[in-house]
Design a protein around this ligand. Structure first.
Ligand SMILES: Nc1ncnc2c1ncn2[C@@H]1O[C@H](COP(=O)(O)OP(=O)(O)OP(=O)(O)O)[C@@H](O)[C@H]1O
Length: 640
């Protein structure tokens, strides 16, 4: 959505925009409006009330027209405030970028200087600057800009430090680019949105500061009017002729309010995290809005999913990420869930414990039964007591899920103590025990290190230890080995395999690698565009896949020692889940697709153990109904 659309969707920001638009239109038109001269005195007509003697807002203590002075004064105040903001942003950002980019001593020297400036009360600093330079609007502008430079410098330095060590900056350095070029082409474009956001939220403040200096007689000098000096001059008549103070006061209020509302709107519209709703506080459990009755489970097991449907509602769009997914896993069993990126594996896994962020996620139907208890729509307190205790997750990147500021031992202790009231010492002993169980050498010592001090494989073992901390019955592992090299991956898979055999754990293992499924999983469910397209015992599916998609996925797995086997990539891309085609979602990429494949719903059919969602499977599966009529084969690329 465009920046402007996002901005006007925010009603308060839109109101601010309109008010500021009106004020700006007025001050731009001031020179051509039929106004009195702002500085011409007429002492015979001092302190006229509004609408007296043809003066719409009355006159001040020297009989000058208040409306005229107000408009000219507003023009001046806005010009000074905005110029001060631009100066402060320019110099502050330059200082922040240099400090953040070069780091080390440069950073230390610059930032300590900035800290010293920040330690002065700002008004004292501004007064000192104006005292040194002499009163006057230009000097007030310099003072206001100078006192705000540290604010920009600190903000931009923080952002730059985060960017300066990103891979794309390292790549530019390795390519031999000069510091200046890297700063201008790699750093500046990334900090500009932050500068604009900081400016939009501080312009109002700078207008106030300028008015403050003028109020004290240090800004605009008589007879020239700005909003602050008008207030200052009206101070002595505050009680007798309040309109002389109210007029500039109300204008300052209107301008600063409008700029602040607009600034907040600009910030929200420019910040990509806010734009995607990432900072909106999600509900503690995924919103459940059932569109039908709770389906009765047909399978049995520790965890049984039936007809699960999860959607993302973003504006007008509905993304059907998970459509009618049924899965079950028995004690000691490992079920693999496999599919391309975006097929809905993670959303299925997260829906079970209500971990899909709402908004925008909504579970619209289905059931997830753990040990006889319905989890979909269960009260948050129940879900919370089960999370980590009965059903635990292992995620792909433990560095993202482990807290960087606590040792791994402390984090394990915390995970244990959330669900069990044990002493810190007992929890620590158990934490060390868990690290031993996941075969971390020197577990006592390793418990005291921070996540960043461990290798990727070791961290993932900590992730597994965290999942095991409360002896859960089900572990949902979401691509836990994707980021690891093959030897470490093999060790982690062997570890999970041993654990499920020793402890009778049920594992749902999410992956996009059939090689991993073959090593670990008893059964496999293949997902495509939010649906299960085939399910069955791993070996049977591997030996004789029924769905053309499963076949193509298996054909994508490279095999060592198999000579020069050709790898067949699947042509095309999975469909967007907000525009799913009718019939089989894989049909547009399938060379076996026929017209019937693109009409109506295709059910997951078959016997108790093997099922496929295909009208023309690659192999016969017991219990499947045949399609009514064979229709001519579709031309590739025809229809959706
Ligand atoms: N916040 C969101 N808003 C809109 N759509 C979303 C959101 N989160 C996920 N989706 C969509 O839901 C679908 C399923 O995503 P999911 O993360 O479950 O895929 P996945 O199979 O686990 O992929 P990967 O292997 O890359 O993790 C995708 O099409 C994705 O675009």
């Amino acid at each position: 959505m465009s920046f402007f659309k996002l901005l006007i969707r925010n009603r308060l920001a839109f109101a601010g925009l309109i008010v500021m638009g009106l004020v700006l239109a007025l001050v731009i038109a001031t020179p051509i409006l039929p106004l009195y001269e702002p500085n011409v005195t007429d002492t015979a007509n001092r302190f006229l009330k509004p609408f007296e003697g043809g003066h719409i807002l009355g006159t001040d203590h020297l009989g000058r027209d208040l409306l005229s002075r107000l408009l000219w004064g507003t023009q001046l105040s806005l010009a000074v405030g905005i110029s001060a903001a631009v100066f402060a942003a320019f110099f502050g950002a330059a200082i922040g970028i240099v400090a953040g980019y070069f780091g080390g001593t440069t950073d230390n020297v610059i930032m300590r200087g900035v800290d010293m400036l920040m330690a002065f009360p700002y008004i004292l600093l501004a007064l000192a600057i104006v005292a040194a330079l002499g009163p006057g609007l230009v000097n007030a502008l310099i003072a206001v800009a100078a006192v705000n430079i540290p604010f920009f410098a600190r903000n931009i330095r923080g952002v730059t430090v985060g960017i300066a060590h990103k891979e794309f900056v390292d790549a530019a350095r390795l390519a031999g680019e000069s510091h200046l070029k890297i700063i201008l082409t790699e750093i500046v474009p990334n900090v500009i949105p932050v500068i604009v956001i900081a400016m939009s939220t501080t312009i109002g403040w700078m207008i106030l500061e300028t008015a403050g200096l003028s109020f004290l007689g240090l800004g605009s000098q008589p007879p020239q009017a700005d909003l602050g000096s008008m207030l200052g001059e009206a101070r002595s008549a505050l009680i007798t002729n309040p309109h002389t103070s109210v007029v500039p006061g109300v204008m300052i209020l209107i301008i600063v309010m409008a700029i602040n509302l607009l600034g907040d709107g600009v910030r929200d519209a420019l910040d990509p995290r806010l734009r995607s709703g990432a900072l909106t506080r999600p509900r503690p459990a995924t919103l459940v809005e059932r569109e039908g009755p709770v389906p009765a489970p047909v399978e049995s097991g520790t965890l049984v999913l039936t007809d699960l449907q999860t959607q993302f509602r973003v504006g007008e769009r509905v993304y059907k990420a998970v459509s009618h997914v049924s899965l079950h896993v028995a004690p000691g069993e490992c079920l693999g869930v496999i599919g391309e990126s975006g097929s809905g594996k993670s959303v299925t896994a997260l829906s079970i414990m209500g971990l899909v962020a709402s908004p925008p996620g909504v579970i619209v139907g289905g059931s997830a039964i753990y040990d006889g208890t319905e989890l979909i729509g269960a009260p948050y307190s129940k879900l919370r007591s089960y999370r980590g205790d009965k059903v635990a997750y292992i995620f792909q990147d433990p560095l993202a899920t482990l807290h960087p500021l606590y040792t791994v031992g402390d984090q394990l202790c915390e995970a244990i103590r959330v669900h069990h009231s044990v002493s810190k010492a007992e929890a620590w002993t158990r934490a060390v025990e868990l690290l031993k169980q996941v075969r971390i050498p020197n577990a006592e010592g390793r418990a005291k290190v921070y996540p960043h001090e461990m290798s990727g494989g070791m961290r993932q073992r900590v992730g597994i230890a965290m999942a095991l901390a409360n002896d859960p019955d089900v572990i949902i592992a979401d691509e836990p080995t994707t980021a690891l090299d093959v030897t470490v991956q093999a060790q982690i898979l062997a570890l999970l395999n041993d654990l499920r055999r020793e402890r009778g754990l049920s594992i749902i293992f999410i992956t996009h690698d059939f090689g991993v499924v073959a090593q670990l999983c008893d059964r496999v469910a293949v997902m495509y565009a939010g649906r299960i397209v085939e399910t069955g015992p791993t070996q049977e599916v591997l030996d004789d896949a029924a769905h053309p998609y499963t076949r193509r996925l298996i054909a994508c797995v490279p095999e060592l020692g198999e000579g020069r086997r050709e790898l067949h990539a699947i042509p095309g891309l999975p469909p967007a889940v907000d525009r799913l085609p009718a019939g089989c979602a894989f049909a547009p990429r399938c060379d076996k697709a026929q017209t019937l494949c693109q009409v109506g719903v295709i059910e997951l059919e078959g016997g108790a153990s093997r099922k496929v969602r295909c009208l023309y499977p690659e192999t016969d599966i017991a219990g499947m109904a045949k399609p009514v009529a064979q229709v001519p084969e579709l031309k590739k690329g025809a229809g959706a």
